[in-house]
Design a protein around this ligand. Structure first.
Ligand code: GDP
Ligand code: MN
Length: 380
C-alpha cells in the first residue's frame, strides 16, 4: 500500500526525522489560507500515489497567498500518471543548498533490505541510477536493531565529505532504518534529503510503501488507506487479490501463478483479460460469489472464465459458489468453467444442469471457448 507524502512525513516526524510541517488543502482557497498563515513563500505539492510529481507540474513554488491559490488551482486540475489530484500539501518553502537521496528497500536478490544513498538526489535519481550507477551507494541490513551508528556514518560519509553534516545525515539514516522495520515497509525514501545554506539537514519529500500482508498489524498505517473503489474494498475484505484491467474476459483463478498463466494464454489467443483475480487457496463459496459480483460490475465483461486447479481448493466448493452466483446475481454473460483436481467429478455433476455454464476440460479449451463467447460466438 502506498501512502501520501504528508502521511509519510507524519510517520517520519514521529521518529525524529526533520521535516518541514505543512497542511493539506482540497481547494485553492484553503491553500491560500494555509499560505497566509505560514507567511512567506510556500511550496504547493500534489498528493497522489505516484512519483515524479515535480516533472509532471505537481510541485510549485508560490511567493504569496494569491499565488498559492492560483498554483493550487492548477495542480488540483491535474491528473498525474492516471491519478487525479484531490489534495495538495502546502509547506513553507525551504532553501536548498544541495539535494541527496536516502532510501531503504527490499533487495529481493540478496533477500535483505538495502540502504540506497546518493549525493545526486532530486528529480533525476532514476536517470542517475541508469547512467552513472557509481553515484549510488548500497549497504545491506541484516535484522532489526542490528544497524549501528558507525555503519550509518560510514554510509553517509560516502555522500557528504563534511563531517558535521554527514553526522546529521547518519542520524536521519538510523531513524529511517527504524521506520522501515517498524512499519513493515517495502520502501521508505527521502528524495530529496536536503542541506540548507545554514547546514541543516531536512527531509523535503517522503515516500513509504507498506507491505499489504502486514497491514493487519499496522493499524495506524492502515488508517491512511484511501481512494479505494467499492469493488477493491470488497475484494480485500474477502481475501481476494483483484486487479482490474481493460479487456472483456473476466477471470476467476486460484493461485497467482495460474492466474498469470491464464492471462498469458488469453493474450496468446488474441484476447484481453478484464482482470487479474486470485481467489487464493481455501475455497469458501462466498469468495467465488464475491469474485463473480466484482467481475460482473464491469460492463466491459462479455464472458467469465474459471480456471481452478483443486488442491486445497475443493472444486465442489467453487461449483457451489458459481451456483449461488447464478441464483443471486444477474449473470447475463456466458460462464466457461474448467475445474480439475479435488472433487472435480462432484463439481462437474453440480454444474451439469446449470443454465449458462459451459464446461471445458483443459486450460487451452477454457481460454479458447471463453474468447469465442466474449466475441459473440453462439454456443455449440
Ligand atoms: P517528486 O517530484 O514527486 O519527487 O516531488 P519532490 O517533493 O521531491 O519535489 C520535486 C522537487 O521540487 C525537489 O527535488 C526540489 O528540487 C523541488 N522542491 C520541493 N520542495 C521545495 C522547497 O521547499 N524549496 C525549493 N527550493 N525547492 C523545492
Ligand atoms: Mn521526491
Amino acid at each position: 500500500m502506498n501512502i501520501h507524502e504528508y502521511q509519510a512525513k507524519e510517520v517520519f516526524a514521529g521518529y525524529g526525522i526533520p521535516i518541514v510541517a505543512g497542511k493539506v488543502a482540497t481547494t485553492p482557497d484553503e491553500a491560500a489560507k494555509i499560505a497566509s498563515e505560514a507567511g512567506g513563500s510556500v511550496v504547493v505539492k500534489a498528493q497522489v500515489h505516484a512519483g515524479g510529481r515535480g516533472k509532471a507540474g505537481g510541485v510549485k513554488l508560490a511567493q504569496n497567498p494569491d499565488e498559492a491559490r492560483e498554483k493550487a488551482g492548477a495542480i488540483l486540475a491535474l491528473t498525474i500518471k492516471g491519478y487525479p489530484v484531490r489534495k495538495v500539501l502546502v509547506v513553507p518553502a525551504a532553501e536548498i543548498a544541495k539535494e541527496y537521496y536516502l532510501g531503504v528497500t527490499m533487495d529481493r536478490g540478496a533477500k535483505r533490505p538495502v540502504i540506497i544513498a546518493s549525493a545526486a538526489g532530486g528529480v533525476d535519481i532514476e536517470e542517475v541510477a541508469r547512467t552513472t550507477p557509481e553515484k549510488i551507494h548500497r549497504y545491506h541490513l541484516t535484522r532489526r536493531g542490528a544497524f549501528r551508528s558507525y555503519e550509518a556514518r560510514a554510509v553517509t560519509m560516502k555522500i557528504e565529505p563534511r563531517k558535521e553534516i554527514a553526522l546529521k545525515m547518519a542520524r536521519v539514516l538510523e531513524r529511517l532504518v527504524e521506520v522501515f522495520w517498524a512499519s513493515d515497509a517495502s520502501l521508505v525514501e527521502i528524495n530529496p534529503l536536503i542541506t540548507t545554506p545554514d547546514d541543516k539537514v531536512i527531509a523535503l519529500d517522503a515516500k513509504m510503501v507498506i507491505d499489504d500482508n502486514a497491514l493487519y498489524r499496522q493499524p495506524r498505517l492502515s488508517a491512511y488507506r484511501e481512494d479505494e473503489s467499492e469493488d477493491a474494498a470488497a475484494a480485500r475484505e474477502m481475501g481476494l487479490s483483484f486487479v482490474p484491467l481493460e479487456g472483456n474476459v473476466g477471470c476467476v483463478v486460484n493461485g497467482a501463478g495460474l492466474a498469470m498463466a491464464t492471462m498469458d494464454l488469453i493474450k496468446h489467443y488474441g484476447g484481453e483479460p478484464a482482470n487479474f483475480l486470485d481467489i487464493g487457496g481455501s475455497s469458501n463459496p462466498d469468495k467465488v460469489t464475491t469474485a463473480m459480483r466484482i467481475i460482473l460490475d464491469d460492463p466491459q465483461v462479455k464472458a467469465v472464465l474459471f480456471n481452478i486447479f483443486g488442491g486445497i481448493t475443493r472444486c465442489d466448493d467453487v461449483a457451489q459458489g458459481i451456483l449461488a452466483a447464478l441464483k443471486n446475481l444477474d449473470v447475463r454473460v456466458p460462464v466457461v468453467v474448467r475445474l480439475t483436481g479435488t472433487n472435480e467429478e462432484i463439481a462437474r455433476g453440480m454444474l451439469a444442469q446449470a443454465e449458462g455454464v459451459e464446461p471445458a476440460a483443459t486450460m487451452d479449451e477454457v481460454v479458447k471457448t471463453a474468447l469465442a463467447r466474449a466475441n459473440g460466438a453462439r454456443r455449440i
